[in-house]
Design a protein around this ligand. Sequence first.
Ligand SMILES: NC(=O)c1ccc[n+]([C@@H]2O[C@H](COP(=O)([O-])OP(=O)(O)OC[C@H]3O[C@@H](n4cnc5c(N)ncnc54)[C@H](O)[C@@H]3O)[C@@H](O)[C@H]2O)c1
Ligand SMILES: [Zn+2]
Ligand SMILES: [Zn+2]
Length: 362
Amino acid sequence: MKAVVCHELNKISVEDVTIDPPKAGEVGIKMSATGVCHSDLSVINGTIPAMLPCVLGHEGAGVIETVGEGVTNVVPGDHVIMSFVPNCGECFHCLRGQAFLCTALPPTGRQLDGTTRLHLGDQDLGAMTALGNMAEQVVCPAMNVVKIDPEVPLKTASLVGCGVATGVGAAINTAKVEPGSNVAVFGCGGVGLSIIQGARIAGADRIIAVDLAANKLEMATRFGATDTVDASDGDPVAKIMEITGGVGADYAFEAIGVPAVVQQAYTATRRGGSTVVVGVGKVVEQISFNALMMSLEGKTVYGCMYGSVNPKVDFPKLLGLSASGKLDLDGMVTNTYTIDEAPQAFEDLEKGINARGVIVFD
Ligand SMILES: NC(=O)c1ccc[n+]([C@@H]2O[C@H](COP(=O)([O-])OP(=O)(O)OC[C@H]3O[C@@H](n4cnc5c(N)ncnc54)[C@H](O)[C@@H]3O)[C@@H](O)[C@H]2O)c1
Ligand SMILES: [Zn+2]
Ligand SMILES: [Zn+2]
């Protein structure tokens, strides 16, 4: 089968790889669609450390083909969205209602038993977040899949696996945006646009979108931003202060992964407000806060992993919001690609052309 392999840093290609059948507790999936997230690019360029070589992709949906021994949550033919975090229900964090921090799988791109089902010739391949969704087929732990209504289009459902869950969840679960509040969102890619949608659903009053690219600001307006700030044209913090009457935003989100922008978001947060860091920066980078003002201004800084979601609970909720027209999933997909066109999809991501690009399989 075809798969997008990251061989070493900054080197990807579409390869013909072999895949073993699922073992106990695993499922085999025929992929329908995989969103192209900045985190995939971050594995390619080394921002997010991963064991290489590996098959990329962590935002996907498909149809169950085979199930290993002991699998009870799905049967062949079921439609599923894959979660890039496992959901064991038993680890320290799952027991405390924080499934987004489940530690059941080590971050090695291997399955639960420490081995892999993917091979390129004689060489073993890992799978990004144990999924490897940029492939015609996937074998992953059964606990990473969430069964969905077969009527839901899988192309748009794929986005729920990462960008939409993370963004909408950041607004609704992590920050708990309140009706009538003011929100600033730095970075209007797939994740930032989903934060904007989440803030709109939560009933925010002003939603201020910040980006360097005019096309992204235009998209932000379509998804619910009330104000736009072009960060390439002067200090975005000053503009947010102006828009909020000198107070700052109740909630400011960073959805890029750049420490300097996290600092902008923190500065643009009002006294007593919340800064939510969703973007993923490099392991060698630090973010610093003023030691006097950190306490005096009473701001809260949240690290946001996976929109603080429980995939089993929140994926169906997000699809419900989409079905009732409150969450626009269709509008998020601005381009589709075949798996052979995956390198082009990454180029387009870097150029900032798409809200989300999606690889579709027939
Ligand atoms: N926390 C999580 O669980 C989680 C999940 C998914 C993605 N992420 C991270 O979220 C971030 C965004 O992902 P994405 O897929 O939306 O990326 P993307 O590339 O689609 O979007 C990033 C946007 O930021 C804009 N931008 C870049 N520099 C900027 C600046 N200085 N000021 C303002 N705007 C700027 C770009 O123009 C682009 O529109 C990445 O760091 C990704 O790794 C985190
Ligand atoms: Zn992602
Ligand atoms: Zn767990």
